[in-house]
Ligand binder design. Sequence first.
Ligand code: GLC
Ligand code: MG
Length: 522
Amino acid sequence: MLYHIYPRSFADSDGDGVGDLPGITSRLDHLAWLGIDAIWLSPTFPSPNADWGYDVADYYGVHPELGTLDDLDRLVVEAGRRELRVLLDLVPNHTSDRHPWFVESRASRQSPRRSWYVWAEPASDGSPPNNWVSVFGGGPAWTLDDASGQYYHHAFLPEQPDLNWWSDEVRDEFDRILGFWFDRGVAGVRIDVAHKIVKDWELRDNPPAAPDDPPWIRELGQHERFTANQPGVHDVFRRWRRLADGYEPRRLLLGETYVHDLATLAQFYGRDDELHLAFNFLFVNAASLSTELASIVEATEATLPNGAWPVWTASNHDAGRFATRWCADHERQIRCVLLMLLTLRGTPVLYYGDEIGMANVDIPADCALDPVALRGDPSRGRDQGRTPMQWEGSPGAGFTRSPKRAWLPIGDAATRNVAAERDDAGSTLHFCRDAIALRRSHPALRRGDYEPLRAPDGVWAWRRGGELTVALNLSEREARIDVAVGRIALATRREREGEEVGEPLLLHPWEGVVVGESRTES
Ligand code: GLC
Ligand code: MG
């Protein structure tokens, strides 16, 4: 069970309006109380912040706004004392254009680091070398370097030049980076844009989109045939897997595998010799809280290789928060999502604030900071899901003592915050904690098989490990199901816990329950 922290927004210890590592350390007790196993921190490295840390200028350091290397070491130690592990966010696809490697690479065609990045000659008319487009904004994924007359490739912003993963020197350097952090006690890494780091060696044009292609391809204008999921990427992950498994305890590799079909996703697990965990974006991007999710889960179960462990997440720093996207801020629906994440077979990843059902925050145009909003389409800005954690109802929300300096607007902390929910045993926070506790204590929930059950329209029901039944009524109508007999162990409406249910089981609209098999007392 993982917990994803966006460090700039979790807790600000020094009152500069920006969350920092000592702030995270000061809040570890909350995570231990909640029952989390490990935290993943969005990038903590020095960065000019063209893309808020996802443009790294030094893979061996800590961003001064977030703290120091000592602060990070201390965080790892303090987390360890609470049996929490710490994962960092490695960004191997690209660096910042201010990274000394790129500065050197750019200096001349003869630079020893020239081959660390993807440089190419202009087409005969001086235009970019091929038709690849940038994921941010859709313009060419190439920028001309006037001085040397060549273009460099960037899948994202021009400030994020892509590394050349065909270079053995780049591969060796990243082995050193992984070793550097693993030796310091870091428990693993989330791998940014894992599916894209290797590009077609020949830099061939991507096939253009056709009118009947799915929306994400039409939007980009092309298939990512030569810019994603290249066979060579698997060599890199096999190599990292050997490195990670060589540690005791072994270090975790969790990939941001942003792919659109499950067969491709499955490849990133390899033969249990590549990534340990791979994010499932079909699930994250599901349009609504409905039995559509059941279809995605069932297809995932059917497609992943034996032994591969799924990952379920509903919010992140790119997609925003599930409470808004799927639940329109309705408490009953928020609890259904938490119950689902925590009872499926696989690793749940909660995003900070999910445990209180934090919502996206409207960002006035003059407060926008995300380059996607500033340079592209303001309605796609990701700031709304990156706002400060709501710890308390006070003006700084317990996030900062300088509310006026908060780097992004603070949401409605008076109506939804950790302190108030901790005092209320009936709150969503307590529900989330109790669901985590049930999961930890019940082997069927931790490891048991997932077996879908027949259920009426709008209801999603499954059994775990042959023992526990989970049923979610994802509709506005009452429903009756006849697959659960036993005692209700956990319910979104808490007053039902302990109830003995026979068949049929009545579910109110947007109600979810976990039912234990009835056992004969001896
Ligand atoms: C990943 C990150 C996203 C970032 C992008 C470029 O998708 O999750 O936040 O903008 O990579 O690094
Ligand atoms: Mg600070």
